[in-house]
Design a protein. Sequence first.
Length: 135
Amino acid sequence: MTLSRAVPTITLEGAKHLAARAEAEALRRGWTIAVAVVNPDGGLVLFHMIDGTQPGSEQLAILKARTSSRMKRTTKVLEEGVAGGRPALLSLPGLVMLEGGVPIIENGVMIGAIGISGMSSHQDGEIAAAALAEG
């Protein structure tokens, strides 16, 4: 019998750190957002929502994170694919094609993904990028 090696995954502490960075950037801009962090399989590690965020953003943040982790790319790339004439992407079950989901890469390995929802898709993407920025 062959056993596979454990897949590197984001820790709860790491997810808390990213959520705090996302929240700080959103509050700096006066935006309300929901933040979801998932493991490489799309399992929810952390959910965080700023008071006053629209209720629909809860599920969207989770779906953006899961889509990004399961497809191993940003949801912006998928949104651009649909806008660029690939409507068949919309038939993929359980995925969302809106910017705001970004893989979390550590040492060249995807360890999870973050999903942001609450503002326009482009603004959600800006918050995700800010949360993942070094420094």
